[in-house]
Write a protein that binds this ligand. Structure first.
Ligand code: ZN
Length: 220
């Protein structure tokens, strides 16, 4: 039973593990096979702790019912933290973007995770995202963290085509609402992804955010 064998099939459980690993993003057949054999050879308990971690993450982690970031308590620790400014909400695409902004250490507001972006070519519209929950938070303080009214919305989507059309959609939806709307400053290269930008650029983009929807410039 050698990973280099190739011609004869592995035992069924090994085959199954390879197929499951191969379904992960960025993992091809070769890597999946290498990982499967690493797990198979392990006798230090790592494979068991890996299996436990996978089970626990599915059982214990869910989305915050207010901001939709990943959390093991609801509301999440940011939404319930009295030191965070719950009147300022930064709208982002994915939970991973939250880490990007938190890494700057300069943002004191809270978040709203859209769980994607509007992408008509991929058939993704506002109803496939958490847009309505977000507008409910703006309209009704009881739906926002700690019952506090939202005064500023910062649109922190990726500076690419889909991010820009999502920003436009939200700006229009917010136009008639009594809330200041800003977007990140244009220091980010067009077409880039926030998660790959460095901390200083993100901090600048946040600090220099600009008014939208006739809401005037922000005093960040
Ligand atoms: Zn939350």
């Amino acid at each position: 039973m050698s990973p280099q064998g190739g011609l004869h099939a592995f035992p069924e459980p090994v085959d199954r593990l390879v197929r499951e690993l191969e379904r992960l993003p960025g993992i091809g057949r070769r890597t999946a096979t290498r990982l499967a054999f690493h797990i198979l050879k392990d006798d230090g308990g790592h494979s068991q702790s890996l299996a436990d971690a996978i089970r626990d993450v599915k059982e214990q982690v869910s989305c915050c019912s207010t901001c939709y970031q990943l959390t093991d308590v609801d509301p999440c620790r940011l939404c319930s933290d009295p030191k965070r400014d719950a009147s300022t909400v930064l709208v982002i695409e994915q939970p991973g973007d939250l880490m990007t902004f938190e890494a700057t250490g300069m943002y004191r507001g809270i978040y709203h995770v859209l769980a994607g972006r509007i992408d008509p070519l991929a058939g993704i519209g506002p109803d496939d995202l958490t847009v309505q929950s977000f507008l409910d938070r703006v309209d009704d303080p009881a739906r926002n963290a700690r019952g506090i009214r939202i005064e500023e919305v910062i649109l922190g989507l990726n500076p690419n085509l889909e991010g820009d059309s999502t920003t436009l959609y939200l700006a229009e939806a917010l136009e008639q609402r009594d809330v200041r709307v800003t977007r990140l400053a244009r220091g980010l290269p067009s077409g880039s992804q926030l998660e790959f930008a460095n901390t200083a650029i993100i901090a600048d983009a946040l600090h220099g955010r600009q008014g939208l929807a006739g809401s005037g410039d922000s005093s960040a």
